[in-house]
Design a protein around this ligand. Structure first.
Ligand code: URA
Length: 432
């Protein structure tokens, strides 16, 4: 019989729990033997007291043990790579990285989530492609990674059920923002999904969970430590989320921007992040190449069209139509003009994400339906010069009223000034 109250009390008082105790607690919670109110109290105790590295690993292992795991390496006989982002605005990186890596001959298998609030989810972006199926079984997932070299699917129901329950509880008990809880939540899913090598994109700034570089470093270190203990090769990139990534925010708009990027015509910040993340994955793979060679191969896959071909093969394999013309478009496209001459000093990621959400590109509650066509295109970003009257952004909307409201929100997200702000690289730090 699990003594949940005793474990909560010990953690509340700053004590340490054993791996066995954490495992019992998590498994009893998933079975329904530990009620939500006790698990919520436990999460709050962890929020204030933290977990040691050994406890964080034990929690991660317990969450993995709550469900099914996939042995991609065993099934495919190759090093399989994966990437994950802690979530941001305009973040379609996986959609471009997967095809580039696959075009370079490295199998890429990823399980993704849906968006909630101002950050979009990879699955929602993929579902804006007509016909695209995100719900494959574990066997179909493995077969596609083996035969096509690339699969991105929704998390199968049996994978880390403890995280689904725990995240739902943390979300409504103000206990999401704890490094150990975030690290174990992310890494349990990555480890259970079976890739050998993982690039973790930790977003930093206004539109991210981690508002400061210091907090982002702490999360990156915690995830690297979990990767080491689980025998996975992990690289963390800390990337700027003070402004949206690339130009497009909104599902079909982001898929279109992915296709442009795979053609070599993407926005500079997004293209840089995509090539950098792809190169890290190629280095971690079984190709046996160094960083310079990996960057060259990733860039060549874009230049010679093989990355775009890999994208098309992948989308077809999951039932989708890869043609850009097949993507949904909005009835109304409204341009927003610069109010004066000067430079863009800043562009709030959350504010643009919220404008896209209000247009219908995201969900406020899990039950909301998404309008795949709507969103925002930020034509000018931090550091860009602007002339009064010049278009700085576009709002793609269902009707004129929604367009007018979103246009006001997007304009308010921009800050202008007379001086050009210093350029900031998209990748702020890399930790391995
Ligand atoms: N993403 C996750 O998957 N889990 C967290 O706890 C936070 C972000």
């Amino acid at each position: 019989m699990i003594r949940a109250a005793e474990l909560i009390q010990r953690k509340r008082d700053g004590g340490e729990l054993t791996a066995e105790e954490l495992r019992e607690l998590v498994l009893a919670f998933v079975r329904g033997d530990v009620p939500d109110y006790q698990m919520a109290a436990f999460c709050m105790a962890v929020y204030f007291r933290g977990l040691s590295p050994a406890e964080t690993f034990a929690l991660t292992e317990a969450m993995i043990a709550s469900g099914q795991t996939i042995d991609l390496h065993g099934a495919i006989g190759r090093t399989v790579v994966d990437k994950h982002s802690t979530g941001g605005v305009g973040d379609k990186t996986s959609l471009a990285v997967g095809p580039i890596v696959a075009a370079c001959g490295v199998p890429f298998g990823k399980m993704s989530g849906r968006g909630l609030g101002h950050t979009g989810g990879t699955l929602d972006k993929l579902e804006s492609i007509p016909g695209f199926r995100v719900e494959l079984s574990a066997d179909e997932f493995i077969a596609q990674v083996r035969d096509v070299g690339l699969a991105i699917i929704g998390q199968t129901g049996d994978l880390v059920p403890a995280d689904k329950l725990l995240y739902g509880l943390r979300d409504v008990t103000a206990t999401v923002e704890n490094v150990s809880l975030i690290a174990s939540s992310i890494m349990s899913k990555k480890i259970a999904a079976g890739a050998d090598a993982i690039v973790l994109d930790v977003k930093v700034g206004d539109g991210a969970f981690m508002k400061t570089l210091e907090d982002a470093r702490a999360l990156a270190e915690a995830m690297l430590e979990l990767g080491r203990r689980a025998d996975r090769r992990v690289v963390c990139v800390l990337t700027d989320m003070d402004q949206p990534l690339g130009r497009a925010v909104g599902n079909a708009l982001e898929v279109r921007e992915t296709i442009e990027t795979l053609r070599g015509e993407g926005p500079p910040d997004f293209s840089e992040l995509v090539l950098g993340a792809s190169a890290h994955l190629l280095v971690l793979s079984d190709l046996g190449i160094d960083e310079d060679e990996a960057r060259e191969r990733a860039a060549a896959a874009v230049q010679d069209g093989s990355a775009l071909e890999a994208y098309e093969r992948w989308v077809r394999a999951q039932g989708g139509d890869p043609a850009e013309a097949a993507l949904p478009t909005s009835q109304v496209v409204r341009e927003i003009a610069a109010p004066k001459d000067g430079y863009v000093q800043g562009l709030g990621a959350i504010a643009v994400g919220m404008a896209a959400l209000h247009l219908g590109a995201g969900r406020r509650t899990k039950a909301d339906t998404i309008d795949y066509a709507v969103g925002v295109r930020c034509l000018k970003k931090r550091g860009d010069p602007v002339a009064a009257g010049e278009p700085i952004a576009e709002v793609h909307a269902r009707d004129e009223t929604a367009a007018a409201e979103a246009a006001d929100e997007v304009l308010a997200a921009y800050a202008f000034g007379a001086e050009q702000p210093a350029r900031r690289a998209i990748v702020l730090e890399t930790i391995a």
